[in-house]
Ligand binder design. Sequence first.
Ligand code: NAG
Ligand code: NAG
Ligand code: NAG
Ligand code: NAG
Ligand code: NAG
Ligand code: NAG
Ligand code: NAG
Ligand code: NAG
Ligand code: NAG
Ligand code: NAG
Length: 499
Amino acid sequence: MHKESGPLRSTVGFLVLCSLASSTVSAVNTAPPNAAYVDTVNKADVYLQELADARVVSGTVAVQKSGQLVYSNAFGFASEELDVPMKDGLIFPIGSNTKFFTAVAVYQLQEKGLLNVTDPVNLYIDPTDFDGLGTLGWCPVLHGKEQLGCQEPSIKQLLAMTSGILPSDNMGCGTPNSTWTANDWFWQYRLTDLKLSYGDVGGATGNFFNGQETMAQQLNAQGSLRQPFLFAPGEQYCYTNANFNVMGYVIEKLSNSSFTDYVTENILKPANLTNTFYWIGGQGMEPQGLRKNVVSIPGYLTTFNKSAEDGAPAEFQMVQRTPWWEGDTAYMAAAAGAMYSTMEDLLKWYNTFTTNPEAVGLTKASLKNLTMPIQPLGIPGLNASFGQGIVATGTKNVTNKLMYVGGIWGFHTHIEMWLNHDDPTQSDAILYFTNLLSVIPPGSNGTCAIKSPNGGSPIKLRSSACGGTAEDGGADLTTLVVDELAKMWNISSTPSDSA
Ligand SMILES: *[C@@H]1O[C@H](CO)[C@@H](O)[C@H](O)[C@H]1NC(C)=O
Ligand SMILES: *[C@@H]1O[C@H](CO)[C@@H](O)[C@H](O)[C@H]1NC(C)=O
Ligand SMILES: *[C@@H]1O[C@H](CO)[C@@H](O)[C@H](O)[C@H]1NC(C)=O
Ligand SMILES: *[C@@H]1O[C@H](CO)[C@@H](O)[C@H](O)[C@H]1NC(C)=O
Ligand SMILES: *[C@@H]1O[C@H](CO)[C@@H](O)[C@H](O)[C@H]1NC(C)=O
Ligand SMILES: *[C@@H]1O[C@H](CO)[C@@H](O)[C@H](O)[C@H]1NC(C)=O
Ligand SMILES: *[C@@H]1O[C@H](CO)[C@@H](O)[C@H](O)[C@H]1NC(C)=O
Ligand SMILES: *[C@@H]1O[C@H](CO)[C@@H](O)[C@H](O)[C@H]1NC(C)=O
Ligand SMILES: *[C@@H]1O[C@H](CO)[C@@H](O)[C@H](O)[C@H]1NC(C)=O
Ligand SMILES: *[C@@H]1O[C@H](CO)[C@@H](O)[C@H](O)[C@H]1NC(C)=O
């Protein structure tokens, strides 16, 4: 969704797979950085502080180089209203960074012999758990080609976003390839479902959930299983949160436990992610009561005076900095986007599954399959493919880089990891977690800059960082920050993507 959207836009089990001695848990080496890095640390501080003063950067930032945490700092405000500064260790909603936890859980179930990712997911859908499916089971048809009968996407196709399931929201598919928009025919099918779900759960201004709903109840609210398919399974790619919510349902069904209990017992505890959790409280039910140190919800949306588009970049003025809560996204976050974490925990998570997948119940073969580039995203300037719940760059057989930008309610959690194949404990990574989405329109002559906070010359940004709207995810400031830090630390941008 940009809410919980694609990489550039942006939600107590019975199977205790592995109980761990502390020595098996990967953690970043937090030894003080090499003195050689002092200059680079200062340079990063100056760069980010300037953007923070200009009020376009707010959040936590970290750099891991050759397995060592060399930089970590916080900028801006956790809550501007309450004058609370941002600091390391704060918990953010991680949006779509949830998806890889879900994908790992599915592969754990495969390791246990409870499913095979090549199976049609239809096999695992109990029609009595859903409204309107009849008794015969899930039989989605292809829009416009209904005569072809039931579509049967494999579990792997759901995890790779190639199933054909219709977006549960009004998003497009997140690829230039797809010209389909929700206006084409989505709403005609959604009308009944929207009445049902919005009516029943309280609408955009109410609370959708009380925090205890099952994945089946959430899928019912989305209406996803009552919709026709957008395309035949495997034919195309479409970034659709419903894929992961269906997998969340399968996890609950096969493990006989709630998604939150399953993930806690089988992933979070073994990986020692003590500040990571799943939570679906819904609007107005911030998790501060549940967990302390959660950043202020909602995040912020900063926009600049649009009319300044005609003027010189120096004239750009910030005109709005508003709390941003997309009231209608909670109902589709679930196993696609309803987890919370800290930058420190997310880095620990990436280090754990890349260096020691067995610690979280995965064989090396499962990890390799999960992180294999499958579907090129086709986003200009981004050589990357969707794997299964994660974005991967590499060749068909070798993954060189993993990344994700989770986005929800004005928060973006961006992580990139450059893998060291010879020694996975020596990988590089950069993270930027932000509670501020900046929308910076392009200036005249294609220039792109923001007003200097101190009355100096405008801060020039690369043009790719500008030009967005709040609707399409706005300026891609998280990628700008990560790219700049990569340059400062000589972390090279990667190897080809030929998937
Ligand atoms: C788990 O992580 C916490 C910090 O979040 C740390 O204090 C503790 O030692 C870790 N436990 C293990 C078993 O690694
Ligand atoms: C899943 O099923 C396929 C096709 O029958 C088979 O080739 C594959 O080995 C199975 N995978 C696992 C992990 O059992
Ligand atoms: C684009 O559509 C073509 C034709 O349906 C398909 O072969 C291709 O895989 C699609 N690409 C993406 C990125 O979805
Ligand atoms: C879940 O419950 C069913 C029926 O009681 C049982 O057959 C199955 O083994 C259980 N699964 C797990 C993972 O415990
Ligand atoms: C936005 O720009 C217009 C035209 O330059 C100006 O009249 C208006 O005052 C500006 N608004 C704000 C809030 O700065
Ligand atoms: C835009 O480019 C034209 C031609 O190079 C130049 O004359 C003009 O001053 C530029 N405008 C701004 C605002 O930089
Ligand atoms: C990995 O993928 C290959 C090729 O699709 C398949 O043969 C193999 O069974 C998969 N292994 C696992 C553990 O998923
Ligand atoms: C893929 O990599 C594995 C080693 O990880 C190697 O055994 C295999 O031959 C490679 N396959 C291709 C097609 O390159
Ligand atoms: C990056 O490379 C430059 C040029 O070789 C060097 O001067 C600088 O110290 C390096 N910085 C880091 C953080 O490695
Ligand atoms: C993307 O990959 C292609 C093909 O491997 C390569 O030629 C190109 O330079 C890469 N582009 C970027 C921006 O990395």
